[in-house]
Structure formats: C-alpha cells, structure tokens
Write a protein that binds this ligand. Structure first.
Ligand code: C2E
Ligand code: MG
Ligand code: MG
Ligand code: MG
Length: 276
C-alpha cells in the first residue's frame, strides 16, 4: 500500500491525521443529530457596566451535551461546523433558542435585556440572513433592539459592501452589531468607519496585559472607539486589578470570570439588573 500511495502520502496520513479526520467526520455526523435532538444549550455570561458592575445584558455561548462524549466545548466543534458548512444550520438553531429565551423572559415580566449571539462570518455573508432574522422577530414578537450580533473582523471586511447591506437590512429591527475579538484580526483601521457597527469588544489578550496600569494598546482602542462613537466591551476580565484599571478609563462595559462565568438561563435570569 505504501508503494501505491507514495512516500509523501504515507507521511501525510500518519496516525494523528487519521484520528483527526475520523473525529471531524464523527463531529460532522453528530452535529446534525445534535440539532435534531436538542443537544445544544445556550449558557449566558453577564455583560456589566465597568463603573458599578450592574448587569445590562448577556452573551449567549453554546454548550453541547453530547450523548456519548459528554460535554464538548465550542472551540472543538464550531471550527468543524464552519468547515463543513453546518454552521449555518447551527447558528440558525442557536438564534432560535436565543429568541425563545427572550420571549420567555418577557412573558415572565422580566425587564428587557439585550442578548448577544455569536454569528459565524460564513453565515453572515449571505443576504438570506437578513430574511431569517426578520422572520425570527416576527415569529417570537421580539422587541426592537433585543438582539446584538457578534461577528469577528475578518468576516466583515472580506466583503465590505455585502456586510454593509446586511447590517442596513437589520437596522429596522435595531439589531446591534458588535465586532468580537477586536484587535486580533486584520485590524485594518481603514474599514472601521465604513461599517455601520455599534460595539467593539476588546479581545481578552489585551485585557490580560492590564496588570499595573492601562496599556497603550487598550488606550488606543478606547480612543478609536470614542472618536467613532462606538461602545466598548472589555472581554475576559479575570482580576480585580484589571477591573480597577478599566474603571479609570471610559470603557463602558465588561465581561469576565472575575464577576461571572457563563451560566444556565435559569441562573442568569436572577442577575438581571443586579450588581455583581
Ligand atoms: P467568544 O465569542 O470570544 O467568547 C468568549 C469566550 O471566552 C467564551 O468561551 C467564554 O466562556 C470565555 N470567557 C469569558 N470570560 C472569560 C474570562 O474571564 N477568562 C477566560 N479564560 N475565558 C473567558 P466559550 O464559551 O468556550 O466559546 C469559545 C468561542 O466559541 C467563542 O469565543 C465563539 O467564538 C465561539 N462560540 C461560542 N458560542 C457560539 C455560538 O453560539 N455560535 C457561534 N457561531 N460561535 C460560538
Ligand atoms: Mg463572542
Ligand atoms: Mg470574544
Ligand atoms: Mg476572544
């Protein structure tokens, strides 16, 4: 067999590769099954004001309860779903779950809070997306402004015109757009003012460096956001020192393990308007 495939391929298909391919194929089959059998659950991580740590919203983060493998982390299956194209179905399924939570919380008389949902750039890069979001608002009678969509930089700037059209198509619903992991992608500043986005989320890697004082990079991102009139969320705040440093800046919102981890919906709902 080694003869017919040649040396290069023998090396290519080593055991690690085989295992990887197998697990990708497994995940691909299991993903569809998982969507159909409701194995995905949204956890919610509070987003709070930097100044007084009041909970003002939540980021929805998916959790997969796999029947055999147990808990599978999103970083293990989101990239596979993006690769196979299943991310479009998965994103739609998770957006629907988020809409159901919003509708349920409203029915319970909870004050309106914005829910932020991560959307793959692959999904975002289609005009169908606008139709799908409008349909969701209709189906669940979502109040204007109840959804925020988080997307990474690369996804937006690959096709600026399309991204702009999509964002404009969502404007009547007052859907907010947040650039996730800001600073880690292309960081081509030239495109930022062209995009009708609302929020920048500073990547955790920058927040990690806030140990003694504000850093030039965080400072620069905050100034940039201010001049573009964008709100800022600092992600991955793990230490009190980081929060204290941010409290001396005009960074408005934060998120991180220091105050709250992602949690099931029934726990999250108790934190609405609470000070963490
Ligand atoms: P992300 O959107 O940047 O989400 C932030 C990740 O950082 C989450 O990991 C969150 O649990 C974690 N995190 C939050 N605060 C802290 C902190 O203080 N310290 C540390 N060390 N980590 C913190 P998670 O839930 O494992 O999600 C990983 C990534 O998977 C997300 O990164 C996002 O890109 C993707 N993802 C998660 N849920 C969804 C989803 O529903 N749809 C899509 N398309 N992608 C998702
Ligand atoms: Mg995110
Ligand atoms: Mg992020
Ligand atoms: Mg990040």
């Amino acid at each position: 067999e080694a003869k017919s495939t040649g040396r290069g391929q023998v090396r290519f298909f080593n055991d690690t590769m085989r295992k990887k391919l197998k697990s990708h194929a497994d995940i691909e089959n299991d993903l569809q099954h998982g969507i159909e059998h409701n194995e995905f659950e949204l956890y919610f991580q509070p987003i709070f004001t930097i100044q007084d740590c009041t909970v003002v919203g939540f980021e929805a983060l998916v959790r997969w309860h796999h029947p055999e493998k147990g808990f599978v982390s999103p970083s293990d299956f989101i990239p596979v779903a993006e690769h196979t194209g299943q991310i479009i179905n998965l994103d739609l399924h998770l957006l629907e779950l988020a809409a159901q939570h919003i509708a349920k919380w409203r029915a319970q008389g909870k004050r309106f809070l914005r829910i932020t949902v991560n959307v793959s750039s692959r999904h975002f890069a289609s005009l169908d997306f606008v139709t799908q979001i409008h349909a969701l608002y209709e189906k669940y009678q979502l109040p204007l402004g109840s959804l925020c969509l988080e997307i990474t930089e690369s996804g937006l700037i690959e096709n600026l015109d399309l991204a702009t059209q999509i964002i404009e198509g969502l404007t009547p619903l007052e859907v907010k757009l947040c650039l996730d992991d800001f600073g880690t992608g292309y960081s081509a500043l030239g495109y930022l003012h062209q995009l009708p986005i609302h929020i920048l989320k500073i990547d955790k890697s920058f927040i990690d460096h806030l140990t003694k004082s504000n850093t030039p990079l965080v400072d620069a991102i905050l100034s940039l956001a201010q001049s573009l009139k964008l709100d800022v969320v600092a992600e991955g705040i793990e230490q009190q020192a980081q929060l204290s440093i941010l409290q001396k800046t005009h960074c408005k919102y934060g998120q991180g393990f220091l105050k709250a981890r992602p949690m099931p919906a029934n726990e999250a709902i108790l934190l609405i308007d609470k000070v963490l």
